[in-house]
Design a protein around this ligand. Structure first.
Ligand SMILES: [Zn+2]
Length: 275
């Protein structure tokens, strides 16, 4: 049964097919055009009773449940939770799939004052991802220097699944940050890129799933990297907020209380530093 569509599943939907099926579902005049905008996938405006709909071109492949979900969402907005979820999951999957098909469009600077991320990433890939079949590794580079707004959290690294780039926080570009720690952050983010294949995600975003956790635990420096991060989390946050590279505390601070596992910031933050 195909409650929302006239085209057989598998036939691309044209703008007129969408118009017909949305008009039937909404019982109102609709105009549909395929747009080009990548960052605005669906746009709906209402003008004198007519729905003006702009859809990303990949909506021509929308399966019947997604067609239905779009109509339901247009009628009821965010109240239509199930339709929203269906639509979000499908759009997310399609955007990721498209990102995999095209080369990276973002230029990043891998060379820092102390750590060359491209060179480090090459080593990490050779040693820890040898058995993974990866067509093109995401470029790696330093994120922009800017004081972090947040007092409590910090992203030391991130993998952007849409642009397919790995960024490291510039606070890490310091002689006081051990190279093996920078390598670990790269490993974590590259692992995201490896496990982010759309065919595995089934439209659901799984950030640190069981496979991710298992592989991360198996990384030789995992324990000491987590320990280093925990010990220096406050210094890292301070550096990021100041927009400066991390610096080890001066010697006279040696007698300051160590961050224990029940430190109010430490414990909560540690797993939040990587994304
Ligand atoms: Zn992560």
């Amino acid at each position: 049964m195909d409650p929302a569509g006239t085209s057989a599943h598998g036939t691309p939907l044209g703008e007129d097919d969408w118009r017909a099926l949305l008009e039937r579902a909404l019982e109102a005049p609709v105009r549909v055009r395929y747009g080009r905008a990548r960052h605005q996938v669906v746009r709906v405006q209402r003008h004198r009773g007519t729905y003006l709909v702009s859809l990303a071109r990949f909506f021509s492949d929308a399966p019947p449940p997604v067609r239905q979900a779009l109509a339901t969402w247009m009628r009821s907005g965010r109240r239509a939770r199930k339709a929203c979820a269906t639509l979000d999951a499908w759009v997310d999957e399609r955007v990721r799939a498209l990102a995999h098909e095209k080369p990276a469009s973002v230029r990043l600077e891998p060379r820092g004052a102390h750590h060359d991320l491209a060179a480090l990433a090459q080593g990490v890939i050779a040693h820890h991802f040898a058995q993974d079949e990866v067509r093109a590794w995401p470029p790696v580079g330093w994120g922009r220097k800017s004081g972090s707004r947040s007092r409590r959290s910090l992203r030391l690294g991130s993998f952007d699944p849409v642009d397919r780039v790995v960024r490291l926080h510039p606070a890490l570009d310091s002689a006081d940050v051990p190279t093996w720690f920078v390598r670990y952050v790269l490993f974590h983010e590259l692992l995201h890129s490896v496990l982010d294949r759309p065919e595995r995600s089934k439209g659901r975003r799984v950030i640190h799933g069981p496979e991710f956790v298992a592989r991360e635990r198996a990384y030789p420096d995992f324990e000491r990297a987590i320990a280093w991060e925990r010990e220096h989390v406050l210094g890292l946050i301070r550096a990021a907020r100041a927009g400066k590279p991390f610096a080890l505390p001066h010697r006279h601070a040696k007698h300051a209380p160590k961050h224990s596992t029940h430190h109010p910031t430490g414990e909560r933050t540690v797993q939040g530093l990587l994304f």
